[in-house]
Design a protein around this ligand. Structure first.
Ligand code: PLP
Length: 389
């Protein structure tokens, strides 16, 4: 984003707001694709940021949606139904039946349990359609099923006119950096897929794998060569030992870099020797994974840019809680009330995961910035709590 674009945004929109840059997003997806084998598909987990999905529709093979709300948003955004993977731990019977019966029957549905599988089967049977099902393998928590439950479904349901059992979906957590962990997971997945084939004669056509690729948010992060990281990951993935179609389900890694969050200093004070700036945003809008006690310094810019000697500032939000501390001891030059802090890498989860309703403050605006500087307001600062003065 150029300085001119930043100025224009600040003139046009009241803070706090998010800006998602469509071109940065698109380049990000292209970077990932360029560093992964061509035959591997990308599935965007829309929970990371529901606003940006349409801007990568030509680059993304699948969209994973985990709630009726996400589904409604994707439908409104005209994401092709064939690209949708209807996922998530609790799909209501109404959602399953309604969606399968509709003309927007999805490309895939995931089965999270024996009971959820039965619902999918019943809905498919009564709609007369044949649906694609991915069986979600647990990584040892409330999500997905045990190996034994998956085998039971395959044993009992391998041949069926109402659905195709396409293979396995697996997700084991976010911000994974350890190649040892990937090796363990991929070995486990390969062994399980082979076991299904040898023991039950079941050929998995697909593996949908949520890898949880990492994003580095803080200025003290160790140098991260992502090209090397992805090459190492691909080497390990090539040892899967099972020939099937692979799609990688990614949220954070796709969305984080395209987003910035702008929040303005609205009040400043020095209490007991500590400088405090009260910002018009807060922790209900911006949350970086791994930011404990506001100790780490995220990538940011002070607007307007100022040179010179710095002072340490504690940036606090506008919530009535001492926890609303965005950053501690941030060195800022000549920081004044009315200045803006632009927090970077705010494209993933900030806009969807924050405790946005706490204190009932207006929701931040959401703006898309496209190539050439065109801006589109996707959500205005909420009207919900507007006072008439
Ligand atoms: C099933 C599933 N897939 C993919 C993701 C995306 O994870 P990440 O944002 O780390 O890529 C999540 C995140 O919670 C998830 O639950």
């Amino acid at each position: 984003m150029t300085d001119l674009e930043k100025d224009a945004l600040l003139r046009q929109y009241p803070t706090p707001f998010y800006v998602f840059e469509s071109e940065v997003l698109r380049e990000r997806v292209k970077f990932l694709k360029a560093h992964l084998p061509e035959e591997i598909e990308l599935c965007y987990a829309v929970k990371a940021n529901t606003f940006i999905s349409p801007y990568i529709a030509d680059l993304i093979d699948r969209y994973e949606v985990c709630s009726p709300g996400e589904l409604a948003i994707c439908t409104e955004q005209q994401i092709a139904a064939q690209k949708l993977v209807i996922s998530g731990v609790y799909k209501t019977p109404e959602l399953i039946a309604g969606h399968i019966a509709s003309e927007n029957c999805a490309g895939h549905y995931t089965a999270e349990s024996l009971e959820q599988f039965a619902l999918l089967k019943e809905a498919a049977q009564s709609s007369g359609k044949k649906i694609n099902i991915l069986l979600r393998l647990t990584s040892g928590n409330q999500f997905g099923m045990n190996e034994e439950d998956i085998k039971q479904i395959i044993r009992e349901e391998k041949e069926n006119e109402s659905f195709v059992l396409c293979g396995i979906q697996y997700f084991s957590g976010t911000q994974k950096t350890s190649m040892k962990k990937y090796k363990r997971e991929i070995t486990h997945l390969g062994a399980f897929l082979n076991e299904l084939e040898q023991e039950l004669g079941f050929v998995s056509r697909e593996l949908e794998y949520g890898t949880g690729f990492p994003v580095y948010y803080f200025e003290d992060s160790k140098a991260f060569d992502e090209a090397v990281f992805l090459a190492e990951f691909c080497d390990i993935l090539s040892t899967l030992g099972y020939d099937c179609h692979i799609s990688l389900e990614l949220g954070r890694s796709i969305a984080a870099s395209c987003g910035s969050y702008f929040t303005k200093a609205v009040d400043m004070k020095t209490n007991h020797g500590q400088n405090y700036a009260i910002m018009d945003g807060g922790i209900h809008h911006i949350a970086y994974f791994g930011q404990f006690m506001a100790m780490k310094h995220p990538y940011f810019e002070l607007l307007p840019h100022r040179e010179g000697a710095t002072e340490a500032w504690n940036l606090c939000g506008s919530l009535c809680t001492v926890n609303d501390l965005l950053v501690k001891d941030l060195p800022l030059a000549d920081f004044k009330s009315g200045d803006t802090i632009m927090f970077k890498n705010a494209g993933a989860y900030c806009v969807t995961e924050g405790i946005s309703l706490f204190l009932s403050r207006a929701l931040p605006s959401v703006i898309i910035l496209e190539k050439g500087g065109k801006t589109t307001l996707l959500r205005g600062a909420a009207e919900t709590y507007k006072l008439n003065y």
